[in-house]
Write a protein that binds this ligand. Structure first.
Ligand code: NAD
Ligand code: MG
Length: 296
């Protein structure tokens, strides 16, 4: 089945209960059980981003991997960023895209480093011969049950990965973006209903929406659009590195559709907002939230 076949969304992809599981560090796509669907075979491209050159962050796993694969299947060449320790996942994505006959370059590095962010954009422009879109998907979250247990360093990391990198990457990219280019950022339904144990994360996700809306207004005079994807629960390594195993076993169970999204279900949202079809859409959000009703 491809993602273009009409199906019942309730059982189109895996439903909980899942095996209880946790992961360490930044997690690995291959350790997810059941495996996540990033569109490697299920996503069907129709040439919607032919000739585009896109920088994708968080491209090794989860939503970023699905966005990179979807865009490549639509005809885009891509520069792929992730943390250096995620190079195995990133190489898998590079190979999938290279097999499609598209250009995929790996540019690993830490987005909490301003100098690296500037260099990342410059290298992507050099290697792709220009830049037409940014898909900023990388994100950091960590559970803190009680505010008194959270360090400043930890708070700072959430701000740096989720918010500062958006500023640093966009600032570096704008001089290279011709009219018709687009920026797509990544928020979360947590922006609207913060979990009580991840309030710094939720605050960055709310700020991303406002910042992107502001960018859209500022960059309209240059012919550049900016929009935000707002995911609900998605089956990615971010969850088993964050929550206890028994919570992962029931992940997505309490949503109206009774399951989490698979990353491939987010891919088309990035294609739509980065590509030419959304030419009058700017400064807004596209929620892929499974009828949770939190973000409209
Ligand atoms: P994921 O773990 O697969 O992807 C997150 C990626 O962020 C990592 O793979 C890593 O490459 C990148 N990253 C983290 N810190 C970094 C750093 N310092 N430098 C460079 N890269 C860094 O998980 P995902 O769920 O696909 O997350 C993608 C985005 O979706 C995040 O912004 C997340 O907040 C958002 N989101 C996810 C969910 C969900 O349920 N999975 C829900 C709402 C929003
Ligand atoms: Mg990863």
């Amino acid at each position: 089945m491809s993602q273009l076949d009409k199906q019942d969304p309730r059982d189109q992809y895996a439903r909980p209960p899942f095996p209880a599981q946790t992961q360490q560090g930044s997690g690995r796509a291959a350790e997810l059980d059941p495996p996540a669907d990033h569109g490697e075979t299920s996503y069907q491209g129709t040439g919607r981003m032919r000739g585009y050159r896109v920088l994708v962050t968080g491209a090794d796993s989860g939503i970023g991997r699905a966005a990179a694969i979807a865009m490549a299947k639509e005809g885009a060449d891509v520069a792929l960023n992730a943390l250096p320790e995620e190079i195995d996942d990133l190489t898998e994505v590079r190979d999938v895209i290279a097999d499609l006959g598209r250009t995929a370059v790996m540019l690993p590095g830490d987005l909490t480093d301003e100098g690296f962010c500037t260099e990342l954009v410059r290298t992507a422009v050099d290697l792709l011969g220009g830049l037409d879109a940014l898909a900023l998907v990388a994100g950091h979250q960590k559970v803190h049950e009680d505010i008194t247990e959270q360090s400043t360093e930890d708070f700072d990391r959430t701000m740096k990965v989720n918010l500062y990198s958006l500023f640093w990457l966009t600032r570096a990219a704008v001089p290279h973006l011709a009219p018709g280019s687009a920026i797509v950022t990544t928020s979360s339904v947590s922006a609207y209903l913060p979990q009580d144990r991840m309030i710094d994360y939720a605050a960055t996700k709310a700020a991303i929406i406002t910042y992107t809306n502001g960018l859209a207004r500022q960059l309209a005079s240059k012919g550049i659009r900016a929009n935000t994807v707002v995911p609900g629960p998605v089956w990615t390594p971010l969850q088993p590195i964050s929550y206890p195993g028994d919570e992962i076993a029931a992940y997505g169970q309490d949503t109206p559709l009774g399951r989490p999204a698979q990353p491939v279900e987010l891919g088309s949202a990035y294609v739509y907002l980065a590509g030419p079809e959304s030419s009058y859409t700017s400064g807004t959000t596209l929620t892929v939230g499974g009828a949770t009703g939190v973000a409209l």
